[in-house]
Write a protein that binds this ligand. Structure first.
Ligand SMILES: C[S@@+](CC[C@H](N)C(=O)[O-])C[C@H]1O[C@@H](n2cnc3c(N)ncnc32)[C@H](O)[C@@H]1O
Length: 427
């Protein structure tokens, strides 16, 4: 239940679940708005209610627009492969990226399909986000090298970008500018996923990317958003979601394509899926629980190439139960076989995406592999599922401190202190 006017507004306007970003972060954000408007908390509520400009500012300050080119690139590869079927090869394709944030996902999809031989005339992609600031960046189409985090992104740099210099008062920066042929395939639009009338006159979509938004929404808003996605997607189309969002769409009847590492679903009304739709409402919701505590030495994983080599990948694919995958992941991580441990961990998360401990173990393994962006992502996911996960809070705080992100680290530290003093007070 929202407790402040700011929480209430954000919940009603964009469906935000305040637990997904944390009470401290929200408080910090509200203080920043009070500071910038010069109002005190009691006057701010009335001002927010009356001022569309302030509402827009508040939304801009709360949204998380973190994204990068070819994020989870296996899903792009899968969509490209699926669209290669003769019946689709000759079609004009309607694609949607919602939320598109600063545009990397939308551009990645168009680049993937152009690489596969689709012509620009065949592709029409609608890219939608609530954030006007993010859309401005997207439309501009110039990116720093940090927006490209993997090999597919680096390959795309050569084919679809040219270098431009951007001069500021302080320095000159070299940026990657998307070529006009790619930009021409995309139509940018500001919009809210909760708005059922977002696409009043347009045809349905063949492919929808809706990744890393549902995790921030309340149950009610998430159901509303999924209902809209269902109406906007062709019955023969595919929906791509974030890895932690699969259970949400499955519960609504979307049917997952079972391929490791991809998070793609078929429409509930696709031929053959009717049974899934009928049973969807009966799918039990997984309990959020913490079945295993990682052993204390998990924090001290050391890579051990010999141990990695000793384990065949086929062992990961064997039909182990979720718990067996988690136990294997833990054991192998202790031995330093980080690569295979990670595969087991991901196999566990495919079956049990709502168990915080699986995300936490993944985060620790990534951390041991010095992959901080992924480690951060999994720590965040752990905290989303279990906001009082002390070890995740502590690790994430230290990671942020190392990166010099002091304000965020301090906010986590305060959260930890509060947790500890609550624990001391409890009988
Ligand atoms: C983490 S980004 C996801 C970007 C991209 N899909 C990805 O997975 O990399 C989340 C985006 O959701 C947008 N957003 C938040 N609430 C929204 C809403 N109600 N409707 C549309 N977009 C929203 C934010 O502005 C932000 O850009």
């Amino acid at each position: 239940m929202p407790v402040t006017p700011v929480e209430t507004f954000l919940q009603q306007a964009i469906g935000l679940d305040s637990a997904s970003i944390g009470v401290e972060a929200l408080q910090h954000l509200q203080n920043a708005r009070l500071h910038s408007t010069g109002l005190d908390a009691s006057d701010y509520a009335g001002f927010l209610h009356k001022s569309p400009e302030e509402q827009a500012q508040l939304i801009e300050s709360v949204v998380v627009t973190e994204t990068w080119f070819f994020r989870n690139h296996l899903s792009f590869d899968f969509i490209a492969e699926w669209l290669q079927q003769p019946s689709r090869r000759s079609q004009n394709l309607r694609l949607l990226s919602l939320p598109c944030a600063t545009g990397e996902e939308a551009y990645s999809l168009v680049m993937t399909l152009l690489n596969q031989g689709f012509s620009p005339a065949q592709l029409s992609l609608d890219a939608v986000d609530i954030s006007v600031q993010a859309l401005r960046v997207a439309q501009q189409g110039s990116y720093r090298s940090s927006a490209f985090r993997g090999e597919p992104g680096r390959q795309a740099q050569q084919n679809f970008f040219h270098l431009v210099e951007q001069r500021t008062a302080l320095n000159t920066e070299v940026l990657y500018q998307v070529k006009p042929a790619v930009q021409a395939c995309i139509h940018w639009q500001q919009g809210n996923i909760l708005d059922a009338h977002l696409f009043p006159h347009s045809a349905l979509f063949d492919v929808i990317f809706c990744r890393n938004l549902l995790i921030y929404l309340t149950k009610k808003a998430s159901a509303q958003a999924i209902n809209n996605l269902m109406r906007w997607l062709k019955p023969t189309g595919l929906l791509c979601v974030g890895h932690a969002e699969r259970s949400l769409v499955s519960q609504a009847g979307f049917v997952q394509v079972t391929r490791p590492g991809i998070f793609v679903c078929q429409h509930p009304h696709a031929a053959g899926n009717e049974a899934a739709v009928r049973t969807a409402s009966k799918v039990p919701k997984l309990a959020v629980r913490s079945p295993l505590r990682p052993s204390p030495n998990l924090t001290a994983f050391q890579p051990n190439p010999a141990a990695t080599a000793a384990v065949m990948p086929s062992e990961v694919e064997a039909s182990l139960s979720a718990m067996q995958h988690l136990e294997q992941a833990q054991k192998l991580a202790d031995q330093g076989a980080l690569h295979v441990a990670l595969q087991h961990c991901q196999a566990f998360l495919q079956q049990q995406p709502e168990i915080a401990e699986g995300h936490f173990l993944c985060a620790l393994i990534y951390q041991a592999r010095h992959d901080e962006p992924q480690a951060e992502r999994y720590f965040q996911q752990t905290l989303y599922l279990q906001p009082n996960h002390e070890e995740a809070l502590r690790h994430l705080m230290m990671l942020l401190q190392r990166q010099g992100r002091t304000a965020q680290a301090t906010s986590l530290q305060q959260r930890l202190q509060r947790l500890r003093s609550l624990a001391r007070q409890s009988p």
